[in-house]
Design a protein around this ligand. Structure first.
Ligand SMILES: Nc1nc2c(c(=O)[nH]1)N[C@H]1C(S)=C(S)[C@@H](COP(=O)(O)O)O[C@H]1N2
Ligand SMILES: [Mo]
Length: 217
């Protein structure tokens, strides 16, 4: 073997060792599943995005941000459509730490960031005969809540949780923060919000025997 060839073989061995070594090293550093997620807010411990149990009726939905529309219909002065960016850029943002309790017995305490639903509905103009707000989602899910509850409890439409944009499995682009109500009122992947005076309307789990009031006891 010539001297040059020996040097070349030696270099190859050194680089291969470094390459494999780096690979093993980078695998040993845990990658954050939700980069940027915060687990503490104003001295208060938060649950993690990992702590949710995924049990949606049709599994996680993938919504395309650039074609997404949120439609406000029913008893409004005018039907109105918003793109994702129109919601994000045009409404006052709020933050609130609120607990979601599922009827299955688990709960998560999360920092939510989003918009007051009332601010969004006011853009369409809430007709005076409106009594209930009916929500429809991309997976065919639906639920409803009284308009007075939405206004009085300053109910939010969240686009972030624990400082992270909602992941697809957690309802991207928007989840309702139905404070003090069971998880089945916290509708994910919202596509349409209808104002109605149909007090007998029942959503997906409500028609399957769950309380329409859904107050957490
Ligand atoms: N669109 C839609 N939203 C939904 C559901 C669903 O199946 N579809 N499940 C509800 C239920 S029962 C709960 S407890 C909460 C949180 O469920 P997750 O842990 O699956 O996110 O989402 C609610 N929102
Ligand atoms: Mo639930």
């Amino acid at each position: 073997m010539s001297k040059n060839k020996q040097i070349l073989m030696g270099l190859l061995l050194v680089f291969t060792t470094i390459f494999i070594g780096l690979g093993i090293y980078s695998q040993s550093i845990p990658k954050q599943l939700y980069p940027g997620e915060i687990l503490e807010y104003e001295g208060q411990d938060l649950s993690s995005i990992n702590d949710f149990r995924e049990n949606s009726i049709r599994g996680p939905q993938q919504i395309n941000k650039s074609t997404y529309k949120l439609v406000i219909t029913g008893l409004v002065n005018q039907t109105i459509e918003f793109s994702y960016n129109e919601i994000i850029n045009n409404f006052q943002k709020y933050q609130k730490v609120t607990t979601l309790n599922c009827v299955e017995g688990w709960s998560v305490n999360i920092l939510w960031e989003g918009f007051l639903l009332e601010d969004i509905l006011e853009k369409a103009g809430i007709a005076s005969e409106s009594e209930v707000v009916i929500f429809y989602a991309y997976d065919g899910y639906s639920t409803s809540l009284p308009i007075d509850y939405i206004k009085n409890q300053e109910i939010m439409l969240a686009y972030k949780m624990n400082d992270v944009i909602l992941p697809a499995e957690r309802g991207f682009p928007f989840q309702l923060v139905a404070e003090s109500k069971y998880g089945y009122k916290w509708i994910k992947w919202i596509t349409e919000i209808e104002l109605s005076n149909d007090l007998s309307y029942k959503g997906y789990w409500e028609t399957r025997g769950f309380s329409n009031d859904a107050s957490v006891k």
